[in-house]
Design a protein around this ligand. Structure first.
Ligand SMILES: NC(=O)c1ccc[n+]([C@@H]2O[C@H](COP(=O)([O-])OP(=O)(O)OC[C@H]3O[C@@H](n4cnc5c(N)ncnc54)[C@H](O)[C@@H]3O)[C@@H](O)[C@H]2O)c1
Length: 407
C-alpha cells in the first residue's frame, strides 16, 4: 500500500506535497522545457497559466485571443512578453510549440483542439470538450487519427480524495452504488460587466443558448464525469428542466437546473444547481446498498448504515391489524446521518488543477495519454451536448447506445 493510501485510510489530513512528489519535481527541473501556447487566456486560461508556472519546465511562448486586452494580462502573468495572435492558426504556424492549452468558450473547442492536434501538438482542452454531439465524435476521431495527447479539464480526476473515494466505492465499501445526488449551488448571477455593448456575447457567452449549455454544461459536466467514473459507463438518457427564478435580465439559459441522468440497472445521477442560494454548495452524495459517501471540495466522508431486515407482513397480522403504512410522525433518534462518518480530510491537499497541470506536462514529456483522457471528456460532453436540449425543453433525450463504445 502506498504512503498516500495508508494515510487516507487512517482518515488523517492529506499533506500538501508527498515526499515522492517533491523528488519528482526536483527531477523535472532538469528535464527539457515544455513550450506552451494558450488559446483563450481569459478567466480559466489565466488560472491554468498560473498553475502551469508552478510546474518545473513549463514555459509559455505565445497566446491567441480575439480580445486584445488579454495579451498584456497574459504577458504580465508570465513576467515576459509573449508572442500574440488573434487567429489560432497563426499561433499554430509557430515551430517552437510542444503543447497548447485551449480555454476558449465551448463553441470553439472542437475547432481549436482539432487544429492543435492536426498541427502535431498535444492539447489540454478545457471542458466541456465539445459543444455539439458531432464535435465530440470529431475530437475522438482526431485523437485516434493523430495519436496526439489530449487531456480534458476535468481536474477532479486528479484529486486524491476523489480517487480514493472511487477506489473504495469500486471495492464495494458502500455496496452497490445506485444513486448519486450532485449539488452545485452558488450565489453568483454569472453576469459580467462589459466595457461596451458589442462585447456582450463575447464576455457573457455563458448566458446565451447559442454559446452555452448553461449550468448543466458549465458545472454539471464535472459531476456527470464523476458519475460516469463511478458507474463505469455513460448515461442512456437525461430528463431535465430549468427556469429563470431570480435573474430576469435577458439571458436565455436558466438560472437553476434540475436533471436526472439514467444509467443502466436503474442507477441515477440527480443534478441540482441553484445560483441564488449557496446552502448546498458543491457536493456529491453517492448512495449504495450498504452505505453512502459525501464528497466536497474539502473532504470525503463515508457513512455506513445498519441493515434493516425487511420482512413481509404475515396474512394473519394484516387481517388482524390492517395494512401497516408509515409510522406515525415522531422523533425516534434514529436518523442515520447523525453519525460522525469516516472522514478523508483534503483541506491541505494540492489544488487539483495544479496536479492536473503537472500530470499534463509529464504526459507531454513521456508521450502518454492522461487519466482525464478523450474518453472522459467525451462521456461528459456527449451527455451535456444532448442533455442541454432536454433541460431547455423540459423533456427527456436519449443518448444513442453507440456512444458507449467511447466511454
Ligand atoms: N475546469 C474548470 O474547472 C473550469 C473552470 C472555469 C471555466 N472552465 C472552462 O474554460 C473555458 C473558458 O471559460 P472562461 O470562464 O475562462 O471564459 P472567458 O470568457 O473568461 O475566457 C475565454 C477567452 O477566450 C477568448 N476567445 C473567445 N473566442 C475566441 C476565439 N475564437 N479565439 C481565441 N480566443 C477566443 C475570449 O476573448 C476570452 O479571453 C470554458 O470552456 C469553461 O467551461 C473550466
Amino acid at each position: 500500500m502506498s504512503v498516500l493510501s495508508a494515510r487516507l485510510l487512517k482518515s488523517t489530513p492529506l499533506l500538501a506535497a508527498e515526499p515522492e512528489a517533491t523528488e519528482t519535481a526536483a527531477r523535472e527541473t532538469h528535464a527539457e522545457p515544455v513550450r506552451l501556447g494558450v488559446i483563450g487566456p481569459g478567466s480559466r486560461g489565466k488560472e491554468l497559466m498560473r498553475q502551469l508556472l508552478r510546474v518545473p519546465g513549463a514555459e509559455f511562448v505565445a497566446v491567441c485571443d480575439v480580445y486584445e486586452p488579454r495579451f498584456a494580462q497574459a504577458s504580465e502573468l508570465v513576467g515576459h512578453p509573449l508572442a500574440t495572435y488573434k487567429d489560432h492558426r497563426a499561433l499554430l504556424d509557430r515551430k517552437d510549440l510542444d503543447a497548447v492549452i485551449v480555454a476558449s468558450p465551448p463553441v470553439f473547442h472542437a475547432q481549436h483542439v482539432i487544429d492543435v492536434m492536426l498541427s502535431g501538438r498535444a492539447v489540454y482542452g478545457e471542458k466541456t470538450m465539445g459543444f455539439t454531439p458531432q464535435s465530440c465524435f470529431d475530437i475522438v476521431d482526431t485523437v485516434k487519427k493523430t495519436g496526439q495527447i489530449f487531456q480534458v479539464g476535468h481536474q477532479m480526476r486528479y484529486a486524491p480524495w476523489f480517487q480514493e473515494s472511487v477506489r473504495r466505492i469500486h471495492a464495494g465499501e458502500i455496496g452497490e452504488p445506485t444513486h448519486i445526488y450532485a449539488y452545485w449551488c452558488r450565489q453568483d448571477d454569472w453576469r459580467r460587466v462589459v466595457p461596451s455593448p458589442d462585447l456582450e456575447h463575447l464576455m457573457n457567452w455563458r448566458l446565451y443558448r447559442e454559446s452555452s449549455g448553461g449550468l448543466l454544461e458549465e458545472l454539471g459536466s464535472h459531476q456527470i464525469d464523476f458519475a460516469n467514473w463511478v458507474f463505469g459507463e455513460l448515461p442512456a438518457s437525461i430528463l431535465g428542466t430549468t427556469s429563470i427564478a431570480t435573474y430576469h435580465d435577458g439571458r436565455t439559459v436558466g438560472d437553476n437546473v434540475q436533471a436526472i441522468l439514467h444509467y443502466s440497472r436503474g442507477r441515477r445521477l440527480v443534478f441540482n444547481s441553484l445560483t441564488a442560494n449557496a446552502m448546498m454548495g458543491e457536493q456529491l452524495w453517492v448512495y449504495g446498498t450498504k452505505g453512502s459517501v459525501q464528497i466536497t471540495p474539502e473532504d470525503a466522508t463515508f457513512y455506513t448504515e445498519a441493515r434493516k431486515v425487511i420482512t413481509a407482513a404475515s396474512h394473519s397480522s394484516v387481517v388482524q391489524r390492517g395494512v401497516k403504512t408509515g409510522a406515525s410522525y415522531k422523533a425516534n433518534g434514529e436518523m442515520p446521518y447523525r453519525g460522525p462518518g469516516a472522514r478523508i480530510d483534503a483541506r491541505n491537499a494540492e489544488e487539483p488543477t495544479l496536479t492536473a497541470c503537472r500530470a499534463f506536462v509529464q504526459c507531454v514529456r513521456t508521450k502518454t495519454q492522461p487519466i482525464a483522457d478523450v474518453h472522459a471528456g467525451f462521456g461528459s460532453a456527449i451527455a451535456c451536448s444532448i442533455g442541454k436540449d432536454a433541460v431547455f425543453e423540459g423533456s427527456t433525450k436519449t443518448i444513442p447506445p453507440l456512444t458507449q463504445g467511447h466511454a
